[in-house]
Design a protein around this ligand. Structure first.
Ligand code: FES
Length: 107
């Protein structure tokens, strides 16, 4: 199972073993990661699952699809170069070791 590390805005680190095939959002919610609100349940209409990936993981995944990219322009927290919507990222071995920061404004 890929290991993901979530970092809260206060710097707290929480490592989880994520389930292959689930979304990063689903894994975060399952493990009680604060700040991943996911109001729309993963239908890509709320933007409250916004995360910042570490640069290496972001590059491994490739650029987000057009619809995700468009919604990232309207998320609450400032968009950064490695911003993604966690509901749109499927967990697989490519994500192992990823470090994921949760924006403060989602708390
Ligand atoms: S959970 Fe709503 S956009 Fe990701």
């Amino acid at each position: 199972m890929p290991k993901l590390t979530f970092i809260s805005s206060s710097g707290d680190r929480h490592e989880i073993a994520a389930s292959n095939g689930a979304s990063v959002m689903e894994c975060a919610v399952e493990h009680g990661i604060e700040g991943i609100v996911a109001e729309c349940g993963g239908s890509m209409s709320c933007g409250t699952c916004h995360i910042y990936l570490d640069q290496e993981a972001y590059e491994r995944l490739g650029i987000p699809a057009t619809a995700e990219n468009d919604l990232l322009d309207f998320v609450n927290a400032p968009r950064r170069p490695t911003s993604r919507l966690s509901c749109q990222i499927k967990v697989d071995e490519h994500l192992d070791g990823a470090v994921i920061s949760v924006p403060q404004s989602q708390y």
